[in-house]
Ligand binder design. Structure first.
Ligand code: NAD
Length: 376
């Protein structure tokens, strides 16, 4: 079986879907691994290291797409490139399936089995394939680094002969994978950290990291079976805003990571709340790509408000630490292939009854098979 990994073409995308160490594992399993020349350069993995791992480096992307049995990439492909794939090929990547019903139809028509990595079930068994977690973890880390670099203050307390500098105050809204890592990173840098999430189970995790949980009574909240947040009513969102206003006003950095799986993110920080923040404060909106938690944040832009608050709306923060983002993404995808690898026959065998495959395989045998997307 042949596996091909093309270079990412999305502007500013530094990540690669496969790194040399994973290529080595797949070659050892019995796959013929091909990568497009320059695949890992943007994240500092060199062609020669892929070659040393037993992969072949090819220049002709179209030809390699046409002959591959498995294709791995980070971002969704163009319709044209799906057209190049052979019937029965397996395509593994992020697909943004809630926004991309047409792309799913193109996959189905081409007879390609499309695996959407963001649909990976959140089970213990699938943890090593969980790309949302592996990437959000790095985005949470980098959001703090970015804010720290942009701020005119330092994070830790310093007692010096020239006086005492108070620690910066960081407020993290949304404490999933990214939020937890943001808290841990801000704590390591010496900040005082507050946090809030609508899922009550999070309070203990926040405290165990040495941060303070901001308590707001929103009535019925809870979480879905997969551990995702439930959508709040407009009244609950209003209560939440009121409850968080003070924490925002006293913070030097506010990091928002509040997302709703498959839906638009809620607007949590209003322009009015931001207008009460201190001059020079930093807001990082990690939900900017799914609609944004912050009124006035703009994708891939830095907005400075009239009162001098800086709103960072950069998308794909994990891509800015592309070396490690590629490492863990590549590990996730390689784990998926290894899990479904039929070692006897040296082929990928997607068991349609398997709960992981049922979660993330969206098209197969010429049809959209996932119940969530069937009628789109
Ligand atoms: P996410 O990216 O969908 O959302 C980020 C956070 O925002 C979540 O904690 C969510 O509760 C919160 N949020 C949503 N609306 C909010 C609002 N109005 N105000 C404040 N916060 C709000 O979530 P995620 O990071 O992908 O993970 C969600 C949960 O799933 C976490 O508890 C995580 O530990 C769990 N998880 C489990 C597994 C597993 O079992 N294998 C794997 C990964 C994650």
């Amino acid at each position: 079986m042949e596996l091909f990994v093309p270079k990412e073409t999305f502007p500013g995308e530094n990540r690669a879907a496969l790194i040399p160490a994973s290529a080595k594992k797949l070659v050892e399993a019995g796959l013929a691994v091909k990568i497009e020349a320059g695949l890992g350069l943007a994240s500092d993995y060199e062609d020669k290291d892929y070659e040393a791992a037993g992969a072949s480096v090819v220049e002709d992307r179209a030809q390699a797409l046409g002959s591959a049995d498995i294709v791995m990439r980070v971002r969704k492909p163009s319709e044209e490139e799906i057209g190049l794939l052979k019937t029965g090929a397996v395509h593994i990547s992020f697909l943004d399936p809630f926004q991309e019903s047409e792309l799913l139809a193109v996959f189905a028509k081409a007879g390609v089995s499309a695996i959407s990595m963001e649909m990976m079930p959140r089970s213990t068994l699938a943890q090593k394939m969980d790309v949302l977690s592996s990437q959000a973890n790095l985005a949470g880390y980098y959001a703090v680094i970015k804010a720290a670099e942009r701020m005119n203050k330092i994070l830790p307390m310093m007692m010096t002969p020239a006086g005492t500098i108070s620690p910066a105050r960081v407020f993290v809204i949304g404490v999933g994978v990214a939020g937890l890592q943001a808290i841990a990173t801000a704590k390591r840098l010496g900040a005082r950290v507050d946090a809030f999430d609508t899922r009550p189970v999070v309070e203990e995790q926040v405290k165990s990291l040495g941060a303070k949980f901001v308590k707001i009574d929103l009535g019925e909240m809870g979480q879905t079976a997969q551990g995702y947040a439930k959508e709040l009513t407009p009244e609950q969102i209003e209560l939440q805003r009121k409850g968080m206003a003070d924490a925002c006003t006293r913070s030097d950095i506010v990091i928002t990571t509040a997302k709703l799986f498959g839906r638009k993110a809620p607007v949590i920080l209003t322009a009015d709340m931001i207008s009460k923040m201190k001059r020079g404060s930093i807001v990082v909106d990690l939900a900017v790509e799914s609609g944004g938690n912050v009124e006035g944040s703009r994708l891939n832009e830095e907005v400075v408000t009239e009162k001098g608050v800086i709103i960072i709306g950069e998308g794909n923060l994990e891509g800015q630490v592309g070396h490690h983002a590629s490492q863990v993404y590549s590990y996730n995808l390689t784990s998926l292939v290894e899990h479904f690898w039929d070692n006897e026959n040296k082929k990928l065998s997607l068991d349609l009854e398997d709960e992981i495959i049922q979660g993330c395989l969206l098209t197969h045998g010429g049809q959209i098979i996932h119940p969530k997307f069937k009628d789109t």
